[in-house]
Design a protein around this ligand. Structure first.
Ligand code: BF8
Length: 652
């Protein structure tokens, strides 16, 4: 490790070549079989083949190396929470309780709350950084940021009882920032944005005792409750999980979404392109990977810098090509139409194109092994967050106060790295697919002619049966993108409108489902609505924090009808989820009244009581529950039958 410019820069780590995979080079048939087993993404396939042929390690290899998993961990009954353990529940060996006396129900519930709180904290900490950036912008100490949507700023100011009048943007932004920062630790005992939920939904929260009080408070209390000797009742522990998730969905995530819109613009419908084919052989390629637009938006501006563009030309490139990955990619795709290279499982494969000069990461969903992959090529991984140091990466600490300067330095690094590319390593697979994105709630309302009435009418007259939010990640337990794409196609075929975020939305983009032409795959009723409005049957609503947009849309529809969200013909699905954040999202969907089907079993099967509570018992608390169904066609059956049941109850 060397010290440079006041910060530590790690030296490059070794490229990881797997002997096992090298051996498979001898067997092209086995490689072809593995590729087909692993992904349905056509541009991922050639890259995957290269990694298998050369032995470059990927997430799928590591997953295979981890098999078989520990069955106690997989069913949630192992506990390493304190130093009296670790413990496991093994009924056949009369190990029915851990050293502290916790039984399987409690151990499973505590582990789940731990997972959920981690996810809620991650979204909310991201949200806080954006609000802090707006505060610094208002104080004039953030470099390069501005208020891009003053109309939304004023709308939110009024919602927070902040005087608007003739005051300037920055003055209002300062008060809005301070009011929102207070939401993280407020003593007011309720999160302001949660008041957007319909009255009937809030009454359900009140009677269940799960009204979210503040973001930090719920997460801290979750940590307290799972300490040995605090929460001993699994139901009570899990109910706090719902409250913590609500503080994310209606608090931290919603603040991230709303303030990102104020700073960078509320997304409007736009067209861009998706898949690994968005890389350009004759351009400097920079991938933006991670989550927070505070970083990526500045890189976009730096990449337009005339001096850096001239340097790129001097170095033999025709320009600077920015591409997105994962959720920061979704933020840029939604607002700026920046092409999206792929989702979670494309992050290693984009390096294997040999054409990536720099990958910039901030935090969340970034494989710690990326510098190892990059070391097999000329690619630099640049880490930027003090919270997320990655050994083997170059670290350029990113702070709002010096944002432009740092962004320019990183873009310069990429431009200077372009001549180091080895032509024989460059394989850019296929052509990008066009995708229509930018469906913020505001953009949907505008597309509908300024009111949600046409959507409600289409649902009431049965052209659209209902809507499902398909969200979440990739997980090696599911063939890459297969769960998302199969479920989404099946839902639209059944006249169910699909709204998507995160890696699910990117999967649909790669499969061509984010185009108005995809209406050809939809049922007759949904297709007619899409054609009339010239929109796709699958609406890309943004990044994972933008699952909060789905809540706001659901609330708007419920408020129009004066019902609770639980009464609407809606569903949620996370066919390939992996992350703690997805646990929080699924839980705030359910807590808000949205039946949610998971494609991957959570680590709860060691407790029949917890499994029953989550898949059934919660109906008696929040009028919604989880289901687990790995087969996407059967998941579509569950969602359709739920939607039909809700329609019947509404008398439509
Ligand atoms: O927040 S969908 S793999 S990238 S966790 Fe991660 Fe999952 Fe993708 Fe975005 Ni969300």
């Amino acid at each position: 490790m060397t010290k440079k410019d006041g910060d530590y820069v790690h030296s490059r780590v070794a490229c990881t070549i797997l002997e096992r995979s090298k051996m498979s080079l001898l067997n092209p048939a086995l490689i072809a079989e593995k590729v087909e087993e692993r992904t349905i993404d056509e541009t991922a396939k050639p890259m995957l083949r290269i990694t298998l042929e050369t032995g470059i390690e990927t997430v799928w290899d590591r997953f295979e190396m981890q098999q078989p998993p520990c069955s106690y961990c997989a069913s949630g009954v192992s506990c390493s929470r304190c130093a009296m353990g670790p413990c496991r529940i093994i009924p056949d060996h009369h190990r029915l309780r851990g050293v502290c006396g916790a039984d399987a129900d409690l151990i499973v519930a505590r582990n789940l709350l731990d997972t959920l709180a981690t996810g809620a904290a991650s979204h909310s900490d991201h949200g806080r950084e954006i609000v802090e950036t707006m505060y610094k912008t208002s104080e004039g100490t953030a470099q390069g940021y501005t208020i891009t949507d003053p109309e939304k700023l004023r709308r939110i100011a009024l919602e927070l009882d902040i005087t608007v009048g003739t005051r300037g943007d920055l003055e209002i932004a300062r008060d809005v920032s301070l009011a929102l920062l207070e939401e993280f630790g407020t003593i007011k005992n309720s999160i302001r944005f949660s008041e957007r939920a319909p009255k009937k939904t809030r009454e359900i929260w009140e009677s269940a005792g799960i009204t979210p009080r503040s973001v930090d408070r719920e997460v801290v209390e979750a940590m307290h409750r799972i300490h040995m000797g605090v929460g001993a009742d699994y139901v009570n522990v899990l109910l706090h999980g719902l409250r913590t998730a609500l503080s994310d969905g209606w608090g931290g995530s919603l603040m991230a979404t709303e303030v990102s819109d104020i700073l960078f613009g509320t997304p409007e419908i736009n067209t861009s392109s998706v898949n690994l084919g968005v890389l350009k052989e004759d351009h400097v390629n920079i991938a933006l990977h991670g989550h927070n637009p505070v970083l990526s938006e500045m890189i976009v501006r730096a990449a337009e810098d005339a001096e850096l563009l001239a340097l790129a030309t001097e170095n033999g490139a025709k320009g600077i090509n920015l591409v997105g990955l994962c959720c920061t990619g979704n933020e840029l795709l939604m607002r700026k139409g920046i092409p999206q290279a792929g989702n979670h499982f494309n992050q290693e494969l984009v390096i294997a194109t040999g054409a990536l000069d720099v990958m910039i990461v901030d935090y969340q969903c970034i494989f710690p092994s990326l510098p190892r992959t990059a070391s097999c090529y000329h690619t630099h991984i640049v880490s930027t967050s003090p919270k997320s140091r990655v050994p083997g990466s170059l670290h350029y600490p990113f702070h709002p106060e010096s944002a432009m300067e740092t962004a320019r330095a990183i873009v310069r690094l990429a431009v200077e790295n372009y001549p180091n590319r080895l032509a024989e390593n460059v394989h850019i697979p296929g052509e990008p697919i066009r995708a229509v994105t930018g469906f913020s709630v505001e953009a949907i309302q505008t597309a509908l002619g300024g009111t949600f009435a046409p959507l409600i009418e289409a649902i009431a007259d049965g052209k659209i049966l209902g809507a499902v939010g398909v969200v979440g990640c990739n997980n090696p337990k599911v063939k890459h993108d297969f769960g998302h794409v199969t479920l989404t196609k099946e839902l639209i075929k059944r006249d169910i409108l699909v709204v998507e975020t995160g890696c699910a939305a990117i999967a649909s983009g790669k499969a061509g489902l984010l185009l108005p032409g995809a209406a050809d795959l939809a049922g007759h009723g949904l297709a007619s609505v899409c054609r009339a409005l010239n929109i796709p049957p699958v609406l890309h609503m943004g990044s994972c924090v933008d699952c909060s947009r789905i809540l706001v849309l659901a609330a708007a529809l419920a408020n129009e009808l004066d019902v609770g969200i639980d009464q609407l013909p809606l569903g949620g699905a996370a066919p390939e989820w992996y992350s703690q954040k997805a646990v929080s999202i699924g839980s705030y969907f359910v807590a808000s009244g949205v039946y949610t089907v998971l494609g991957v079993m959570p680590k709860i099967t060691g407790s029949e009581n917890v499994t029953n509570l989550l898949t059934n018992g919660l109906c008696g608390v929040v009028n919604a529950s989880f289901a687990v169904e790995p087969d996407p066609l059967l998941a579509a059956d569950l969602l359709e039958s739920h939607i039909r049941h809700k329609r019947q109850n509404l008398g439509i």
